[in-house]
Ligand binder design. Structure first.
Ligand code: HEC
Length: 151
Protein backbone atom coordinates (compact mmCIF):
# COMPACT_ATOMS: atom_id res chain seq x y z
CA UNK A 1 0.00 0.00 0.00
CA UNK A 2 1.36 3.44 -0.83
CA UNK A 3 1.69 5.90 1.98
CA UNK A 4 -1.08 7.95 0.42
CA UNK A 5 -3.42 4.95 0.37
CA UNK A 6 -2.47 4.24 3.96
CA UNK A 7 -3.27 7.80 4.92
CA UNK A 8 -6.62 7.52 3.15
CA UNK A 9 -7.45 4.21 4.79
CA UNK A 10 -6.46 5.58 8.13
CA UNK A 11 -8.75 8.54 7.56
CA UNK A 12 -11.70 6.56 6.16
CA UNK A 13 -11.59 3.74 8.71
CA UNK A 14 -10.83 6.04 11.61
CA UNK A 15 -7.76 3.95 12.44
CA UNK A 16 -5.45 5.46 15.01
CA UNK A 17 -3.36 7.80 12.89
CA UNK A 18 0.03 8.91 14.10
CA UNK A 19 1.05 12.53 14.13
CA UNK A 20 3.74 11.66 11.57
CA UNK A 21 1.06 11.70 8.90
CA UNK A 22 0.81 15.44 9.30
CA UNK A 23 4.22 15.64 7.61
CA UNK A 24 4.87 15.20 3.92
CA UNK A 25 5.67 11.59 3.02
CA UNK A 26 7.94 10.76 0.12
CA UNK A 27 7.97 7.51 -1.85
CA UNK A 28 11.25 8.23 -3.64
CA UNK A 29 14.18 10.63 -3.20
CA UNK A 30 13.09 12.43 -6.43
CA UNK A 31 9.78 13.20 -4.75
CA UNK A 32 11.57 14.85 -1.82
CA UNK A 33 13.75 16.86 -4.21
CA UNK A 34 10.72 17.98 -6.24
CA UNK A 35 8.92 18.90 -3.04
CA UNK A 36 11.71 21.03 -1.61
CA UNK A 37 12.37 22.74 -4.94
CA UNK A 38 8.67 23.56 -5.32
CA UNK A 39 8.53 24.92 -1.77
CA UNK A 40 11.67 27.00 -2.31
CA UNK A 41 10.33 28.28 -5.62
CA UNK A 42 7.16 29.52 -3.88
CA UNK A 43 9.24 31.01 -1.08
CA UNK A 44 11.39 32.80 -3.67
CA UNK A 45 8.35 34.08 -5.59
CA UNK A 46 6.69 35.49 -2.47
CA UNK A 47 9.91 36.88 -1.05
CA UNK A 48 10.75 38.57 -4.35
CA UNK A 49 7.15 39.78 -4.63
CA UNK A 50 7.70 42.01 -1.61
CA UNK A 51 10.97 43.45 -2.90
CA UNK A 52 9.53 46.38 -4.92
CA UNK A 53 7.66 47.60 -1.83
CA UNK A 54 10.69 47.09 0.41
CA UNK A 55 12.84 49.06 -2.05
CA UNK A 56 10.33 51.88 -2.15
CA UNK A 57 9.46 51.34 -5.81
CA UNK A 58 5.78 50.87 -5.02
CA UNK A 59 3.96 52.63 -2.16
CA UNK A 60 4.20 50.96 1.24
CA UNK A 61 0.96 49.25 2.21
CA UNK A 62 1.23 47.98 5.79
CA UNK A 63 -1.73 45.63 5.60
CA UNK A 64 -0.58 44.02 2.37
CA UNK A 65 2.94 43.64 3.70
CA UNK A 66 1.70 42.03 6.90
CA UNK A 67 -0.42 39.50 4.98
CA UNK A 68 2.41 38.67 2.64
CA UNK A 69 4.84 38.22 5.54
CA UNK A 70 2.44 35.76 7.18
CA UNK A 71 2.48 33.75 3.93
CA UNK A 72 6.28 33.92 3.89
CA UNK A 73 6.51 32.58 7.42
CA UNK A 74 4.38 29.56 6.50
CA UNK A 75 6.33 28.92 3.30
CA UNK A 76 9.71 29.23 5.00
CA UNK A 77 8.89 26.32 7.31
CA UNK A 78 8.20 23.89 4.46
CA UNK A 79 11.34 23.08 2.42
CA UNK A 80 13.45 21.45 5.16
CA UNK A 81 11.45 18.21 5.35
CA UNK A 82 12.54 17.59 1.78
CA UNK A 83 16.24 17.36 2.74
CA UNK A 84 16.05 14.01 4.52
CA UNK A 85 18.69 11.29 4.47
CA UNK A 86 19.36 9.81 1.04
CA UNK A 87 17.89 12.75 -0.90
CA UNK A 88 21.17 14.18 -2.17
CA UNK A 89 20.82 15.92 -5.51
CA UNK A 90 18.98 18.73 -7.18
CA UNK A 91 20.97 21.92 -6.79
CA UNK A 92 21.86 21.15 -3.20
CA UNK A 93 25.54 20.69 -2.43
CA UNK A 94 26.68 17.45 -0.75
CA UNK A 95 27.61 19.59 2.30
CA UNK A 96 23.90 19.72 3.18
CA UNK A 97 24.25 16.11 4.32
CA UNK A 98 27.91 16.23 5.37
CA UNK A 99 27.41 19.23 7.69
CA UNK A 100 23.79 18.48 8.39
CA UNK A 101 23.89 20.10 11.85
CA UNK A 102 25.16 23.35 10.31
CA UNK A 103 22.60 23.16 7.54
CA UNK A 104 19.81 22.69 10.09
CA UNK A 105 21.23 25.67 11.97
CA UNK A 106 21.03 27.79 8.81
CA UNK A 107 17.36 26.80 8.50
CA UNK A 108 16.86 27.79 12.16
CA UNK A 109 18.55 31.14 11.50
CA UNK A 110 16.00 31.76 8.76
CA UNK A 111 13.20 30.82 11.15
CA UNK A 112 14.57 33.32 13.69
CA UNK A 113 14.95 36.22 11.25
CA UNK A 114 11.53 35.41 9.78
CA UNK A 115 10.07 35.44 13.31
CA UNK A 116 11.46 38.95 13.82
CA UNK A 117 9.99 40.07 10.49
CA UNK A 118 6.58 38.73 11.52
CA UNK A 119 6.93 40.52 14.84
CA UNK A 120 7.60 43.95 13.31
CA UNK A 121 5.12 43.44 10.46
CA UNK A 122 2.27 44.54 12.73
CA UNK A 123 4.01 47.81 13.56
CA UNK A 124 3.25 49.47 10.22
CA UNK A 125 6.71 51.04 10.58
CA UNK A 126 8.31 50.87 7.17
CA UNK A 127 11.92 51.27 8.33
CA UNK A 128 11.80 48.44 10.84
CA UNK A 129 9.98 46.16 8.41
CA UNK A 130 12.50 46.93 5.71
CA UNK A 131 15.42 46.25 8.06
CA UNK A 132 13.92 42.92 9.17
CA UNK A 133 13.23 41.98 5.54
CA UNK A 134 16.84 42.65 4.69
CA UNK A 135 17.97 40.42 7.59
CA UNK A 136 15.83 37.62 6.16
CA UNK A 137 17.47 38.14 2.76
CA UNK A 138 20.83 37.70 4.51
CA UNK A 139 19.65 34.39 6.02
CA UNK A 140 18.68 33.16 2.55
CA UNK A 141 22.02 34.23 1.14
CA UNK A 142 24.12 32.79 3.98
CA UNK A 143 22.66 29.35 3.39
CA UNK A 144 22.86 29.56 -0.39
CA UNK A 145 26.53 30.57 -0.21
CA UNK A 146 27.38 27.30 1.55
CA UNK A 147 24.74 24.82 0.45
CA UNK A 148 23.33 25.69 -2.96
CA UNK A 149 25.16 24.86 -6.18
CA UNK A 150 26.39 27.89 -8.01
CA UNK A 151 25.11 27.94 -11.53
C1 HEC B 1 19.03 26.36 5.19
C2 HEC B 1 19.46 26.69 3.86
C3 HEC B 1 18.63 27.59 2.98
C4 HEC B 1 17.95 28.74 3.34
C5 HEC B 1 17.88 29.40 4.70
C6 HEC B 1 17.33 29.21 2.14
N1 HEC B 1 17.60 28.39 1.09
FE1 HEC B 1 16.97 28.62 -0.81
N2 HEC B 1 17.88 26.87 -1.35
C7 HEC B 1 18.67 26.11 -0.52
C8 HEC B 1 19.15 24.95 -1.25
C9 HEC B 1 20.07 23.87 -0.69
C10 HEC B 1 18.63 25.03 -2.53
C11 HEC B 1 18.79 24.01 -3.68
C12 HEC B 1 17.72 22.91 -3.46
C13 HEC B 1 17.70 21.82 -4.50
O1 HEC B 1 17.82 22.10 -5.71
O2 HEC B 1 17.54 20.65 -4.09
C14 HEC B 1 17.83 26.26 -2.57
C15 HEC B 1 17.13 26.70 -3.67
C16 HEC B 1 16.35 27.84 -3.70
C17 HEC B 1 15.59 28.28 -4.85
C18 HEC B 1 15.48 27.56 -6.19
C19 HEC B 1 14.33 26.57 -6.15
C20 HEC B 1 14.13 25.85 -7.48
O3 HEC B 1 14.63 24.72 -7.62
O4 HEC B 1 13.52 26.46 -8.37
C21 HEC B 1 14.99 29.46 -4.50
C22 HEC B 1 14.08 30.33 -5.38
C23 HEC B 1 15.36 29.74 -3.13
N3 HEC B 1 16.17 28.74 -2.67
C24 HEC B 1 14.94 30.86 -2.43
C25 HEC B 1 15.20 31.08 -1.08
C26 HEC B 1 14.74 32.24 -0.34
C27 HEC B 1 13.93 33.39 -0.92
C28 HEC B 1 15.18 32.08 0.93
C29 HEC B 1 14.99 32.99 2.11
C30 HEC B 1 13.67 33.50 2.37
C31 HEC B 1 15.93 30.83 0.97
N4 HEC B 1 15.93 30.26 -0.27
C32 HEC B 1 16.54 30.36 2.09
C33 HEC B 1 18.96 26.37 0.79
C34 HEC B 1 18.41 27.40 1.55
Amino acid sequence: MTRFAKALACFALALPCTAALAQPQFEKPEDAIAYRQSALKLLGAHFGGLAPMMRGRVPFNAEQAQQEIAVLRTLSALPWKGFGEGTEGGNARPEVWKDSAKFQQAAKDLEASMGRLVQVSGSADFDSIRAAYSDVANSCKACHDSYRQRR
